[in-house]
Ligand binder design. Structure first.
Ligand code: A2P
Length: 323
């Protein structure tokens, strides 16, 4: 990591600007390491996702996050192949979609085919809810009343235990979960079937939803948090927050850089999305925030807190009892 120190006369602030976190890694509880920053690809399709991945890899990203449900694994596989970057330098995550909880090995093989890979670095249980594999439409089957067609007599503990095979067969170097609340995390960790502690829990996380309670529980088990929608997703008010704007001005960086620097301080892996070459590159920057500024960001959610990706899984409530 290159460090540049500057002193400006107009603003008497001694700034330490880390120009790139592309090579900064976080250590998992299974001994594997992962880059702290990765490219998020949810909602990006076709040419957009191809060029987003291609440009990200050119800018220095080595960690790409996708999921079977995003419908973009093929384009990502092509972009990875076209980049010519050796496989061992890359860190690729994909996720088990909710209609395949009974068959993680079959599902990951399909993902690997699309990605043109022999293994992924990380495989996540995307949601703790099993959708009817025979239902229609296939990806998110619905009941006549419009609710999602959920298999109610099934536990995510069973799904995660089946995911152990994915790991043992070498199809994924590490396994973990996503969208697990404090309550569900406790159930999973207490279950005798859980022989492999998840390495991460990937959740929505940003200053309006800091996930402190979940982070504390996960830390007790050596589980890292991964932040999806770290900027609060398209058009969210996160980047307009007054506290972030003030801190950004003080350090002479963008509010996005302030958010990512706060995540670096917390050792949270973050997965920003961007289709813009300039923003892709700038999202690799971070600054060393003062303790005072970190505290101020930690307090933002006390004034305004919001989950931006709130999906309706009725009658299941994956985030019940959490923030
Ligand atoms: P764009 O693709 O035009 O860069 P999140 O990662 O929280 O889901 O947010 C993604 C959204 O944030 C996208 O709309 C993306 O738009 C935008 N975005 C990504 N990086 C930045 C940045 N550094 N500053 C402002 N907006 C950004």
């Amino acid at each position: 990591m290159t460090t540049v120190q500057t002193y400006t006369q107009t603003a008497p602030v001694f700034k330490t600007v880390n120009t790139s976190v592309a090579n900064k890694k976080v250590k998992f509880n299974d001994g594997n390491q992962f880059p702290i920053v990765g490219l998020g690809t949810w909602k990006a399709k076709d040419e957009d996702v191809y060029y987003s991945v291609k440009n990200a890899l050119d800018s220095g990203y080595r960690h790409i996050d996708t999921a079977a449900a995003y419908g973009n694994e093929e384009q990502i596989g092509k972009a990875i192949k076209d980049s010519g970057i050796p496989r061992k330098e890359l860190y690729i995550t994909t996720k088990l979609w909710s209609n395949r909880h009974h068959d993680p090995v079959g599902a990951i093989k399909e993902s690997l085919d699309k990605l043109q890979l022999d293994y992924v670095d990380l495989y996540l249980l995307h949601w703790p809810v099993f959708l009817n594999p025979q239902g229609t439409p296939a990806r998110v089957p619905l009941l006549p009343n419009g609710q999602r067609d959920i298999v109610l007599d099934w536990s995510f503990v069973k799904t995660y235990s089946l995911m152990h095979d994915v790991h043992d067969l070498g199809l994924a170097k590490s396994i973990g979960v996503s969208n697990f609340s404090v309550k569900n995390m406790k159930i999973l960790l207490a279950a005798p079937e859980t022989k492999i502690t998840p390495v991460v829990n990937q959740v929505e996380l940003h200053p309006h939803l800091p996930q402190f309670a979940l982070g504390e529980l996960c830390a007790q088990h050596g589980i890292k948090l991964q932040a999806y929608s770290p900027l609060g997703s398209n058009g969210s008010p996160v980047l307009k927050d007054e506290t972030l704007l003030t801190i950004a001005e003080k350090y002479g960086v963008s509010p996005a850089t302030v958010v990512f620097s706060w995540m670096c301080r917390r050792d949270v892996i973050y997965l920003p999305k961007s289709l813009n070459k300039h923003r892709l590159a700038s999202n690799l920057k971070s600054v060393d925030l003062s303790d005072e500024d970190v505290d101020a960001i930690n307090r933002i959610h006390k004034t305004f807190s919001k989950r931006y990706n709130d999906q309706d899984w009725s009658p299941m409530k994956p985030f019940e009892e959490d923030e």
